[in-house]
Design a protein around this ligand. Structure first.
Ligand SMILES: Nc1ncnc2c1ncn2[C@@H]1O[C@H](COP(=O)(O)OP(=O)(O)O)[C@@H](O)[C@H]1O
Ligand SMILES: [Mg+2]
Length: 239
């Protein structure tokens, strides 16, 4: 299985007077979990939306092994993404939602039962989505992203709404996913929580990359991710 690298180069998005994403460059490598981290409003979601072709950049490129998302021959079989939890209709069940998306993506119907098991949603897969908690919706969204057996996962704040057991489960799941040579890019505003979940760190603040490198470089310096982020952003260094 060939690994897929994500390369983001000079991505920029301006909303009125706000430079939401300002000349953002980083990469995410196969076999590793890359944490795209920064406070609320830093520009994480806008960057991921540009990566997935949902928002048009004002400048720059975002590519998977050299190809833009929209140029991937079978996008959902290459990249699994969760950037929005509102996709499932409240009157449908998880199983119904997954059947629809398997058909839309051209994935075998047998994948539906598989992703239900993988994401541990067996217990509520036949209940209406309208009654789901945020954590249940997160798992359904991940199940949907996994239908095409993607080699890349792009997840925007995937642990939002998960209970502690769910967070541990997600961490282990992503660890196994990456260990198979696949690529994981996850965003989070919770620096303390992801300290134990990521291999590489990309820190973003006010739309600009503040720091990027392996987590071991942060921990070798003796500090926590949070302390490193605060010292970098307060100094205004490296920006
Ligand atoms: N569609 C939009 N229209 C106007 N401003 C936006 C839009 N989307 C995001 N922004 C602004 O861009 C900045 C970055 O937002 P976002 O990418 O959602 O940050 P994050 O995901 O890191 O919290 C914020 O100031 C936000 O208000
Ligand atoms: Mg966001």
């Amino acid at each position: 299985m060939t690994g897929i690298a994500i390369r983001v180069d000079g991505l920029t998005k301006v909303y009125g007077s706000v430079r939401a994403v300002d000349d953002v460059t980083f990469s995410a490598e196969p076999g590793r979990i890359t944490g795209f981290l920064g406070p609320n409003g830093a520009g994480k979601s806008t960057t991921l939306r540009m990566l997935l072709g949902l928002v048009r950049p004002d400048a720059g490129t975002a590519r998977f092994n050299g190809r833009a998302y929209r140029d991937l021959p079978n996008a959902t079989a290459t990249v699994g993404a969760v950037v929005d939890l509102a996709a499932a209709h409240p009157a449908t069940t998880a199983r119904g939602h997954l059947r629809t998306y398997a058909a839309l993506g051209g994935h075998p119907a047998t994948r539906v039962a598989e992703v239900i098991t993988t994401t541990g949603i067996d217990g509520f897969a036949d209940r209406r989505v309208g009654g789901y908690s945020t954590g249940m919706k997160q798992r359904l969204a991940l199940a949907t992203a996994l239908l095409g057996e993607p080699r890349v996962l792009v997840l925007d704040e995937p642990s939002n709404g998960l209970d502690p057991a769910g967070i541990v489960w997600l961490r282990n799941f992503l660890r196994d996913f990456a260990a198979a040579g696949r690529t994981v890019l996850i965003s989070s505003h919770l620096l303390t929580e992801v300290q134990h979940s990521v291999d590489d760190v990309v820190l973003i603040n006010n739309g600009r990359i503040a720091w990027a490198g392996p987590l071991t470089e942060v921990t070798a310096a003796g500090g926590t991710l949070e302390e490193t982020f605060l010292s970098i952003t307060q100094e205004g260094a490296l920006r």
